[in-house]
Write a protein that binds this ligand. Structure first.
Ligand SMILES: CC(C)(COP(=O)(O)OP(=O)(O)OC[C@H]1O[C@@H](n2cnc3c(N)ncnc32)[C@H](O)[C@@H]1OP(=O)(O)O)[C@@H](O)C(=O)NCCC(=O)NCCS
Length: 293
């Protein structure tokens, strides 16, 4: 069928969008947005890998919000399916995939930086040495494949950086199932919305990025696809007053704030022995299990 998308057509559309070999990319997706894909989610993941090549890294959210509704949550990195769509589950279950260890916000990664991205997550989803800051460090791109900016998890970094009033930290008693089946505590801090939360303004943040020409917009089949650099989002959006980033900071102050934001301090205090200025070693508490070699 002429309208059916194939791995080759998807790869061509992603290249046209600006996705390049060697890139690291964090993908939010909706399979059904593209139209019929021959080979389903596997073809989409193959197309992404074709474009990224051997030096690239594919990262997807494999969030498990179901644990947020449990009184006694146990995260099972090897067994818990991703709740973020079929493409993410396909990525998670590929040979060589690595999954980070977080009760709610784990990610799965394939490719050259997969181990580095997934190796440590930390008690908060936004830990200093965790996957979302790694995206920043690696100058990763974010790809929204048929989903709105509302789904862009990376924007949560900004929320905590400027300490939005509508969220606050809370501890969750959680545990993780290790590869050998044993269960151990999984320190977890959640930056959750309070009563004053009226929804985030992530779509507005996306519009700001587009107004500045920082987003490549195209189509993958029927889907609208958007591609931008995580660092552009960080630098621009933290510097403009919005509901998610009400305290405008210039780029330099933003980076300074990032180094001392509450999440990093919280972890240093609660998790690690770290007393020096380099907090990173103190964050390394949650070793990601290898689940698919
Ligand atoms: C929730 C969400 C995943 C739903 O999208 P979706 O396209 O309906 O679901 P999936 O991506 O799991 O794809 C499955 C659907 O693709 C469609 N599909 C199945 N085979 C297909 C094929 N070969 N070709 C195209 N579409 C196909 C079907 O409609 C299927 O739904 P079904 O399982 O109910 O039959 C999406 O809206 C979303 O929000 N994605 C982003 C998630 C995220 O990253 N969130 C971040 C934190 S908020």
């Amino acid at each position: 069928m002429e309208d059916t998308l194939t791995r080759t057509k998807i790869a061509a559309a992603l290249r046209a969008l600006g996705l390049a070999p060697g890139a690291a990319v964090f993908v939010h997706s909706a399979m059904s947005s593209m139209g019929h894909v021959a080979g389903g989610a596997a073809a989409v993941v193959d197309a992404l890998i074709d474009v990224l090549g051997p030096a690239g890294t594919l990262v997807v959210p494999t969030f498990t919000f179901i644990h947020g509704r449990s009184d006694n949550p146990v995260f099972d990195p090897a067994g818990d399916p991703s709740e973020m769509g079929r493409i993410t589950e396909e990525t998670r279950t590929r040979a060589g995939a690595r999954r980070s260890c977080h009760l709610l916000h784990s990610v799965a990664a394939l490719g050259v930086h997969a181990e580095e991205i997934a190796a440590f997550h930390g008690p908060s989803a936004w830990a200093a040495d965790g996957p979302f800051w790694k995206l920043h460090d690696l100058d990763a791109h974010i790809l929204l494949l048929g989903v709105p900016y509302l789904r862009c998890t990376y924007f949560h970094l900004l929320e905590q950086l400027v300490q939005v009033r509508y969220r606050s930290w809370r501890n969750v008693e959680a545990r993780v199932r290790e590869q050998d089946g044993s269960i151990r505590p999984l320190p977890t801090f959640v930056y959750s919305p309070g009563p004053s939360f009226v929804g985030n303004d992530f779509n507005k943040l996306g519009n700001l990025l587009e107004e500045r020409g920082l987003v490549r917009v195209g189509n993958v089949g029927n889907a609208v696809a958007r591609l931008f650099r995580a660092r552009d989002a960080f630098d621009l959006l933290g510097a403009i007053p919005t509901r998610s980033a009400p305290v405008p900071l210039d780029k330099r102050s933003l980076h300074a704030a990032a180094r001392r934001h509450p999440d990093r301090r919280t972890q240093q205090r609660k998790v690690g022995p770290g007393s020096g200025t380099d907090l990173r070693p103190a964050m390394r508490i949650a070793r990601a299990p290898k689940f698919a070699d």
